[in-house]
Write a protein of this length. Sequence first.
Length: 135
Amino acid sequence: MIIGALLFWTVPDTRMSLLGGIGLEALLWGAVDALIAVYAILKRKVTLKTRRIFPDEVRDVRETVRLRRLLVLNARLDLVYIALGGGAAVVFRADPFILGNGLGIVIQGLFLLVFDRYHALELPSEAPSWYDPVL
């Protein structure tokens, strides 16, 4: 986010250039990621208050299953971001700013794809046999 702001606002003559477009996308994606992090922190505080409803093992498995499912879904969405950013870069390649935006989306999408896929693969692919998802 900081690099995006620096590219977009401080480098002379880059605001509407290729680097300005990449910087703007880095800034926007960073802001979205920050909002998601704040939401997760606030939600976690609420969750901690109601945490004792289920035994620890059941809750941990449920959270792991949900997280893996979310990471796999996010990895699929990352492919959409990469395709849309690449499409914008190709269609609007004559405009350096929009080309930069497209490339910025591709860069962010690739990073997120690697991040989401790696973390999804680190989690177990199936819940233990004793786990009942209805609980």
